[in-house]
Design a protein around this ligand. Structure first.
Ligand code: FMN
Length: 340
């Protein structure tokens, strides 16, 4: 407790601030997705955010760190920061593409974050569908098994990115129907698999087919945030960028994809073998994430990629502060908000 004279001084300063800041604090925007019910509960305790379960593990926050980087100068630092945050806040972590360490260990330490993240957090490796096709063609499934073992990962994320590969000058060709390719991996090896896009999302028919498979989770990688087709066009000449840009406008938002998920669950019933969702792509903050979780009829967490990246390239404290604000925001959401 501050002494009475100090308390008086603080109150007086606060009242002065209020007068000075009132005109700067006029609201013009309103988020119309929620009902706000301030009279029905006190301030939240830590435990108002329900735990989530994925891949046999528990997430204390319903947040997943979206797949990002590896094999570049800052990748190791970024991944170590992200892993540290996962451990401290109880979040899940998907690595960026591990292609670069599939056949040699030169950049292994950039990805080797299990010792940091600890055994209790969910942690997945990541490969593109084109590399999976190559592995199937060569019959070398042991490459996937070894990758998972070396990283001590809980499973593998497969990213399906046809537009990105198509627009990338050095891009790979995807030769087969990805649903069939994933089925072949599931038949050949016993590992947990998550499937995702990389910023375009995917439509209801793809969703339905994916949900029939016995995979661990579907991650949206929806349209509305970082988009890898756009990113590849930024690496191209201006003329090509202009000509191909319309392609980057197609896709599906995370909100639209939640309705695909709910609908697929209703239609498939017992034939829905995957019932876990990682809602990602354009999730700007905890309110977007909370909204998606509440809209979904499946076991759902939300993911952010670029939002975490923004805070993960320097010292850990910056990322930690970001995580604290997301946790605080989520607590408020669970205590006072319901969706319309
Ligand atoms: C720097 C960066 C690198 C990425 N690399 C990968 C990758 O290797 N594999 C993958 O599946 N997705 C990758 N992504 C895509 C993200 O996982 C995510 O689907 C996409 O960025 C949309 O999320 P956001 O809007 O929260 O950024 C990357 C994203 C960023 C920003």
């Amino acid at each position: 407790m501050p002494p009475p004279f100090l308390e008086q001084e603080q109150t007086s300063k606060r009242k002065q601030d209020h007068i000075e800041l009132a005109f700067l604090s006029q609201t013009t925007e309103r988020d119309e997705r929620f009902y706000y019910e301030p009279f029905l509960a006190g301030h939240p305790e830590r435990n108002v955010i329900p735990e989530k379960h994925l891949a046999g593990k528990t997430l204390r926050l319903p947040i997943w760190i979206g797949s990002m980087t590896g094999g570049t100068e800052k990748a190791g630092l970024i991944n170590r920061n992200l892993a540290q945050a996962c451990k401290e806040f109880g979040m899940g972590f998907g690595l960026g593409s591990c292609r670069i360490i599939l056949k040699n260990d030169d950049f292994f330490e950039d990805f080797n974050v299990r010792p940091i993240i600890g055994d209790e957090q969910v942690f997945f490796a990541n490969l593109g569908i084109a590399q999976i096709e190559e592995i199937i063609e060569s019959g070398r499934f042991e490459l996937i098994r070894d990758l998972i073992t070396r990283l001590d990962a809980d499973g593998l994320i497969i990213h399906i990115n046809p537009l990105q590969e198509w627009l990338q000058p050095e891009g790979d060709k995807i030769k087969h129907n990805p649903i069939e390719t994933i089925s072949r991996v599931l038949d050949a090896i016993d590992i947990k698999i998550i499937v995702k896009e990389v910023g375009q999302g995917f439509g209801p028919k793809s969703f339905m087919e994916l949900m029939r498979l016995p995979i661990e989770a579907i991650e949206f990688g929806a349209h509305g945030g970082t988009n890898f087709a756009t990113l590849e066009l930024h690496r191209q000449k201006d003329t090509i960028r202009e000509q191909m840009l319309p392609l980057t406008h197609i896709g599906h938002s995370a909100e639209e994809m939640v309705s695909f998920a709910n609908n697929a669950l209703a239609v498939l019933g017992a034939e829905a073998h995957c019932k876990n969702i990682i809602a990602s792509g354009g999730v700007r903050n905890f309110l977007d994430g909370y909204y998606l979780i509440k809209k979904s009829n499946l076991n759902t967490v939300y993911a952010q990629a670029s939002a975490f990246l923004k805070h993960a390239t320097g010292d850990y404290e910056q990322l930690r502060q970001y995580c604290i604000s997301q946790e605080k925001g989520l607590m408020t959401s669970y205590q006072y908000l319901s969706i319309k």
